[in-house]
Write a protein that binds this ligand. Structure first.
Ligand SMILES: [Ca+2]
Ligand SMILES: [Ca+2]
Ligand SMILES: [Ca+2]
Ligand SMILES: [Ca+2]
Length: 321
C-alpha cells in the first residue's frame, strides 16, 4: 500500500509541479519558471537543448508523438501545422503569428492537463473538488496528517498543498472549482499565485531555514554532487558568478524573497517572445525576418522531434521484441 501511495504522490507531483522532483544526479536543476513552455532546460550546460524547442512549439504531448515518427512523416505533419500558424494564409509565418502559436500551445497544455487531472480527481456533484477528495487521491487517505494517521509521513507535502489550495480558492468556499484547480496545478501562470510560487521555491532551497538562500544553498540545489568532493565543473563556477553578480541584487551575500522572485519570475523577460525570436533566427535562411514553409521544413528537426538519432533508438527498441 505504501508503495502504491507513493506512486500516486509521485504521479500527481510530476504533473502538477515538476520542479519538486529532483532530476537524476549530475544534472543541473533549473528553477526558472519556464515550465509552461517546457520542463527541459533551454540551455543545458551551454549546449542547446532541442527538446525544449519541441515542447514549446508542439506542447509536451505532441512532442512525444512526433518523436515516434519517421523524418518524412514528421515533415508532412509539420507542413499542416505551418498552415495553421500562418493565420492570414499569405505564405509567411511572421514573428507575431509564431508567438501567438507558442502561446496557444502553452495554454492548450495547461487546459488539457487540468482536464485530465480534474476527471481523475472526481469532483463532487456541484462540480467542485473537496480537500478531502484531493488528499485521498493524492496521498491515499482523506485524513489530516496528524500523528498516528496514515498521511503523517506526508505531512510536509500536505501542508504545502493546503497552503497552495487556500491561495487557489479564490471564492473562499474551501473547495476548488475547475478554474481554481487550474491555478492550483499551474500556479506560475496565475498572477495571484506568484507569491506562493516564490515562497515554495525559497522554502525548497533554504536548507538551514533562515529564510534566505545562501550561495552554498543555491549551488547545492543545482548541483546534487556538490558535497561529493569532486572538482567543480565550469558551469557551477559560472553559476557562482551569476549569484554574486545578478541574483544577489543588494549584495548582502544571500537571496531574499524579492530576489528569488526576480530570478524565477523575471518581470522583464517574455519566454514566448524569446522562443519565437530564437526559432526565427535559426530557420530564416533568407534573413527577411519571416519564415516560409520551405524554411521551416528545411529545419524540421528544430521545430519537431524525430531527429535521426532518436528515430534510430526507436527502431532499436522495436528490434528487442
Ligand atoms: Ca472555491
Ligand atoms: Ca538559508
Ligand atoms: Ca540579497
Ligand atoms: Ca525568411
Amino acid at each position: 500500500m505504501r508503495a502504491y501511495t507513493l506512486l500516486l504522490v509521485l504521479a500527481v507531483l510530476t504533473v502538477s509541479y515538476s520542479s519538486a522532483i529532483p532530476k537524476p544526479d549530475g544534472e543541473k536543476k533549473d528553477r526558472k519558471k519556464e515550465k509552461a513552455l517546457s520542463d527541459q532546460d533551454h540551455d543545458d550546460h551551454g549546449e542547446h537543448n532541442n527538446d525544449y524547442d519541441h515542447d514549446a512549439f508542439l506542447g509536451k504531448d505532441d512532442a512525444k508523438t512526433f518523436d515516434q515518427l519517421t523524418p518524412e512523416e514528421s515533415q508532412q505533419r509539420l507542413a499542416l501545422i505551418v498552415d495553421k500558424i500562418d493565420k492570414d494564409g499569405n505564405g509567411f509565418v511572421t514573428e507575431e503569428e509564431l508567438k501567438e502559436w507558442i502561446q496557444y500551445v502553452q495554454k492548450r497544455y495547461i487546459v488539457t492537463d487540468t482536464d485530465r487531472m480534474w476527471k481523475d480527481h472526481e469532483p463532487d456533484t456541484d462540480d467542485k473538488l473537496l480537500w478531502t477528495s484531493y488528499k485521498k487521491r493524492t496521498y491515499g487517505y482523506p485524513d489530516e496528517p496528524e500523528e498516528g494517521s496514515p498521511t503523517y509521513e506526508y505531512r510536509d507535502m500536505i501542508q504545502r498543498d493546503r497552503r497552495r489550495w487556500d491561495k487557489a480558492d479564490k471564492d473562499g468556499d474551501s473547495k476548488l472549482s475547475k478554474e481554481e484547480f487550474m491555478d492550483f496545478l499551474h500556479p506560475e501562470d496565475a498572477e495571484h499565485m506568484r507569491e506562493i510560487v516564490v515562497h515554495e521555491t525559497l522554502e525548497d532551497i533554504d536548507k538551514d531555514k533562515d529564510g534566505f538562500i545562501s550561495i552554498e544553498e543555491y549551488i547545492g540545489d543545482m548541483w546534487p554532487d556538490k558535497d561529493k568532493g569532486e572538482e567543480e565543473p565550469e558551469w557551477v563556477k559560472s553559476e557562482r558568478e551569476q549569484f554574486n553578480t545578478y541574483r544577489d541584487k543588494n549584495k548582502d551575500g544571500k537571496m531574499d524573497g524579492e530576489e528569488v522572485r526576480e530570478w524565477i519570475l523575471p518581470t522583464d523577460y517574455d519566454h514566448s517572445r524569446a522562443e519565437t525570436k530564437h526559432l526565427i533566427h535559426e530557420a530564416d535562411a533568407d534573413k527577411d525576418g519571416k519564415l516560409t514553409k520551405e524554411e521551416i521544413l528545411e529545419k524540421y528537426d528544430l521545430f519537431v522531434g524525430s531527429q535521426a538519432t532518436d528515430f534510430g533508438e526507436a527502431l532499436t527498441r522495436h528490434d528487442e521484441f
